[in-house]
Design a protein around this ligand. Structure first.
Ligand code: SF4
Length: 495
């Protein structure tokens, strides 16, 4: 229904605050979340064991299959479902399950700095991949176990989902790919007992958090930097080896003990920093590559945002159009997703029969395009209107009509019916006033006897306040008439 363009919708949209939605009950059909959660935990625990037993295979399985599948999985199942399933979140909750939960909260004034914290951890994780964990099963096992340990310690110090919201290197990525809303609505992932660990908590309402933080400088920088970081990470394989074959063959998944030589000048093809500058230590070369792509990306998307904003100002676009910031964030997310899937998984997918890579690619392209269109069309006004719609639906008061499924339609119906109702109520009060005026004029009842008309008042649903205002209006009318007649009455002296 194209009702959003009606004047009432615009008025509602303009006047609405952004509200938080209360927690929703787990809808039917989500029975699979618990088994998925335990399976994910099982896989996560098995990885370090697998990495120690079959170190030459670990890199390929973890990086080109499991990790490659995670962003697509998050987008397809939705942010809140992923928050329930994520195995690292389990370790962060462990202290709570053991009844020794953390008691501290991250200071509110440094709240928005968490984007930087998570980004730096992620940046360092990618860097460690390029110099150690990519092709070394033992290093990979140590890395994953350290991550679990940090998550557990965080859960033992801080309340709620502090790890998931502030420190987890995936925390901003799962948001980048799913904000402001997923491919379809799901129940939220609010904690059973909220400790208020995060303002505008994304687990309570992801989209509310998105719009509340739309002006946050930290988020803008990190989201703009992310596509560059992803591209820089994959481009380094080329810069290191001088050929794409190094990456796409997957030979990097089996390079044990690379970390031993990473901080020293390169002496052969494997230890070279850059193919054109082999003596540069691999650790430095990879760090510089990641850093420069990150900064470049930040600059490119900042310029893009400025260009979009200027274009919108020139075209004098209406307020319903998405803001330049929202468009730039959306394009950055799309670029990161597409870049990631241009490379991730490819070394192993190429070894499978052709149908699998093609099928996978089709799913990725469809998901990315659908997400892009849904996000670009979304505005803060749409969200506010939906929140109001949900609140109206919860208190649906029009028994003679079914509550509509469309939230915007619910807002419009409610507005129209309320206006009708108030017009109807006004008419009834007018009828009552005329009736009272008539009976007083006819002298059937006196002013003092008006109280006897209580039965009529009840039938017309005239409350005491309306009755008093009618009586006051009639009294004023009467005194005006009296004044008028006294002014126009000829005096005896004149005759
Ligand atoms: S629901 Fe409460 S405790 Fe849980 S993540 Fe959100 S703010 Fe933190």
């Amino acid at each position: 229904m194209s009702t959003v363009t009606l004047p009432i919708a615009s008025t509602v949209r303009a006047s609405l605050p952004v509200l938080s939605l209360p927690a929703t009950k787990t809808p039917r059909g989500e029975w699979w979340i618990a088994p998925a959660k335990w399976s994910a935990l099982g896989v996560f625990l098995a990885i370090p064991i697998f990495s120690l037993l079959w170190p030459w295979l670990a890199g390929r399985v973890v990086w080109t299959l499991i990790v490659a599948a995670i962003p697509l999985f998050i987008v397809l199942v939705g942010y809140h479902r992923w928050r329930e399933i994520c195995p690292l979140a389990f370790f962060a909750k462990l202290a709570g399950l053991l009844r020794i939960p953390g008691r501290y909260r991250v200071p509110q004034r440094s709240e928005l700095a968490y984007y930087y914290v998570a980004f730096v951890i992620f940046f360092l994780s990618l860097w460690v991949r390029l110099i150690a964990t990519n092709g070394d099963g033992v290093a990979l096992a140590v890395f994953l176990l350290s991550l679990c340990l940090v998550a557990m310690v965080s859960g033992a110090i801080y309340t709620g989902k502090t790890w998931c919201n502030y420190f987890c290197p995936l925390s901003f990525i799962e948001k980048i790919y799913t904000e402001p809303r997923g491919l379809r609505a799901t129940s939220n992932s609010q904690c059973t007992k909220c400790t208020a660990c995060k303002k505008s908590c994304p687990d309570i309402n992801e989209e509310n958090g998105y719009w509340k933080e739309i002006d946050a400088r930290s988020r803008r920088r990190i989201y703009f930097a992310f596509p560059g970081l992803v591209l820089g990470f994959y481009f380094y394989y080329f810069l290191q080896a001088g050929t794409w074959d190094y990456y796409f063959s997957g030979s990097w998944t089996n390079q044990p003990q690379l970390w031993r030589s990473a901080i020293f000048p390169g002496v052969n093809a494997a230890t070279a920093g850059f193919f054109f500058l082999p003596q540069m230590p691999r650790a430095l070369a990879s760090f510089l590559t990641l850093g420069s792509f990150t900064l470049l990306s930040c600059a490119v998307f900042s310029l893009l945002e400025i260009a979009v904003s200027r274009y919108q100002r020139r075209r004098d676009q209406p307020s319903e159009v998405a803001s330049a910031r929202h468009i730039a964030l959306t394009l950055a997310a799309f670029a990161a997703f597409v870049t990631f899937y241009t490379f991730a998984g490819a070394p192993t997918l190429r070894k499978l029969p052709w149908v699998f890579p093609h099928l996978f690619l089709v799913i990725v392209v469809l998901t990315a395009s659908l997400g892009l269109v849904r996000r670009l069309k979304r505005t803060q006004g749409d969200f506010a209107e939906e929140v109001l719609g949900q609140s109206i639906l919860k208190r649906w008061q029009w028994a003679d009509s079914e509550p509509p499924r469309d939230l915007r339609e619910a807002v419009l119906i409610h507005q129209l019916r309320t206006q009708e109702k108030s017009r109807g109520a006004l008419q009834i009060v007018n009828v009552y006033r005329e009736a009272v005026r008539e009976v007083l004029a006819d002298g059937f009842v006196t002013r003092e006897e008006i109280g006897l008309l209580e039965g009529l008042r009840n039938r017309l649903q005239i409350n005491d306040a309306d009755h008093e205002s009618v009586m006051l209006a009639l009294a004023e009318e009467e005194s005006a008439l009296l004044r008028n007649s006294l002014q126009h009455k000829p005096s005896r002296n004149q005759h």
